[in-house]
Design a protein around this ligand. Structure first.
Ligand code: IMP
Ligand code: MG
Length: 175
């Protein structure tokens, strides 16, 4: 069983500041056409991030990518769905996910979007855990780097729970 840390790891205010910094950095460095957000974890981050971009013509698409069962360990196999009507041929894509852990999700997704005909794919994650990287991949835009640990809130879940919390918390082992 897990319990939440006593204090948030990142408060809603700290997250909003980071979202603002990231969006400005992205807008300055990458002229893209479409945001592809990964459900379900990035639904909060992607929607906050999107609202800072000055380009009004950016399109938004969400794809479902899931590798987690009910555990805090990745199953290593990625299921991709909701991508049937995704049209990104010749488009520059900003791929948005909540957290980069082993890197398998991002690696598979970049490959998938390139195969779908994207002209360019760059990625943005709110958080990254460097300690557990398995795939040789980096996100182009990263918010917070954390130690190994399991975090929830602001879209991130454990077995589907905790997503709606505005702050980010660490889950700790109860024993
Ligand atoms: P990766 O494929 O191992 O890089 O895992 C990326 C996916 O695993 C993310 O999209 C998250 O949904 C999930 N994930 C990884 N670490 C955490 C965590 O600490 N909390 C919640 N979800 C996580
Ligand atoms: Mg996810």
């Amino acid at each position: 069983m897990y319990k939440m840390s006593l204090m948030p790891l990142y408060t809603a205010e700290a997250i909003q500041e980071m979202v603002q910094i990231l969006s400005e950095k992205i807008a300055r460095n990458y002229k893209f056409d479409v945001v592809v957000g990964l459900l379900t974890g990035s639904f909060v981050f992607a929607s906050d991030l999107c609202r800072h971009f000055p380009n009004k013509k950016i399109k938004v698409h969400f794809i479902k990518a899931s590798s987690y069962g009910d555990a805090t360990e990745s199953s290593g196999k990625l299921n991709i769905s909701l991508a049937d009507d995704l049209d990104i041929t010749g488009k520059k894509v900003l791929l948005v996910d909540d957290i980069l852990d082993t890197g398998l999700t991002l690696q598979e997704m970049v490959k998938f979007l390139q195969e779908k005909g994207a002209a360019e794919v760059r990625s943005c994650v709110l958080l990254e855990k460097r300690a557990r990287r398995k795939a040789n991949i980096k996100a182009d835009f990263v918010g917070f780097s954390i130690e190994d640990g399991f975090v929830v809130g602001y879209g991130l879940d454990c077995a589907g729970e905790y997503r709606t919390m505005p702050d980010i918390w660490t889950l700790e082992n109860e024993n």
